[in-house]
Design a protein around this ligand. Structure first.
Ligand code: SF4
Length: 345
């Protein structure tokens, strides 16, 4: 049975038309689901009983509950168990400008980035749109406040689950859905070129971030196997087309790995690569894990790297470090839990 939170407003309108009802019922139902947050169809008072019965026959309205939460001052990390026993994570971060959530889009990930805990756990399946929507609803319920920003950058490669991710964006962006402004939504990809091109025509003003992490193919292919399929030049060419169509600034994510990609020469190479682009670089101090050999760059090297980019007139920030003491790197909570389970079985 389909979960009701999987439906975009257009799909819900079609559904109501298909059962002989007016399509405005879709808006009514959205408002019960996302504004009033009902827990069952029976709580809905302005849709007639026969229609409610039909909804109950056709859809489930189950929500997600976290099975584990780790809390820190600025960050909460949630572990969810899905209907088939799969585990995914979401991370809530508090900023001066609001709260953001990092949502997972797949169970595991096939991209195999060497520095990533999720990359060690191969993809089991794509998440449905509702499983992404419900991560947000569950976290909002837990903190009893609205989330203002959404980043699709948790476990999984969002462009490897394109349809569900774009439907998810439609649902959370709708004014009667979660009403999260499109400029507050960011999709982060490791660089799947055909999907970057497709996304250029996606008619929502959402942000695009590229997990670059290295300024040349040799190094990037070493730490991100996806680079063997789509070279940096292919990604940059696709981004030029994307920018031409959308006029939206692109963010480049760059994880700082000690002695790997954090040298002066890398910063200079990065500046050369990004010269003339309307873009912005987000330097991310690496969140070390026990299972992966990479280490976080030293503060001095991060600052030197930052200065070089800034001097080259490219927008740059160093991401504030969140939750290094609570397994906040993507995949850490899930893999910790799986290790525990393996231990107990
Ligand atoms: S960094 Fe992202 S794309 Fe790479 S393996 Fe991890 S989850 Fe997948």
């Amino acid at each position: 049975m389909k979960n009701i939170y999987n439906l975009t407003i257009e799909e819900l309108e079609e559904y109501f038309l298909s059962i002989g009802e007016k399509k405005f019922k879709a808006i009514q139902l959205y408002s019960w689901l996302y504004e009033k947050r009902v827990k069952s169809f029976d709580e809905i008072t302005d849709i007639k009983k026969t229609v409610i019965e039909k909804l109950k026959e056709d859809f489930s309205i189950e929500i997600l509950k976290p099975i584990k939460v780790e809390r820190d001052k600025l960050v909460n990390k949630y572990l969810f168990e899905l209907y088939d026993g799969s585990l995914v994570e979401s991370v809530l971060m508090r900023h001066d400008y609001g709260t953001s959530i990092c949502v997972s889009s797949q169970v595991g990930c096939n991209m195999g980035c060497k520095f990533c805990e999720s990359g060690r756990l191969k993809k089991v399946r794509d998440l449905n749109s509702y499983e992404m929507v419900l991560q947000i609803l569950a976290v909002e319920k837990d903190i009893n406040e609205r989330i203002t920003h959404v980043v699709i950058m948790g476990i999984g490669e969002p462009f490897d689950n394109y349809l569900n991710v774009t439907n998810f964006i439609k649902i959370i962006n709708h004014p009667k859905g979660l009403s999260i402004g499109s400029r507050h939504i960011t999709v982060s990809t490791s660089g799947i070129v055909p999907k970057i091109l497709e996304f250029a025509d996606f008619p929502y003003q959402v942000n695009l971030a590229i997990s670059l992490h290295a300024p040349n193919d040799t190094l990037r292919s070493e730490i991100m196997p996806i680079n063997r399929a789509y070279k940096i030049k292919d990604v940059m060419d696709a981004l030029k087309i994307y920018y031409k169509k959308t006029n939206r600034r692109i963010t480049f994510e760059y994880i700082m790995l000690d002695g790997v990609n954090d040298k002066e020469e890398h910063a200079l190479e990065l500046c050369k690569l990004l010269k003339g682009m309307n873009c912005y670089v987000n330097l991310i101090p690496y969140n070390e894990t026990n299972n992966i050999q990479y280490k976080r760059s030293k503060n001095d090297n991060i600052l030197k790297f930052y200065d070089i980019i800034k001097k080259n007139n490219i927008g740059v920030t160093i991401r504030r470090e969140f939750g290094s003491n609570i397994s906040a790197a993507c995949g850490q909570l899930r893999s910790k839990r799986e290790e525990l389970w393996r231990h107990f079985i």
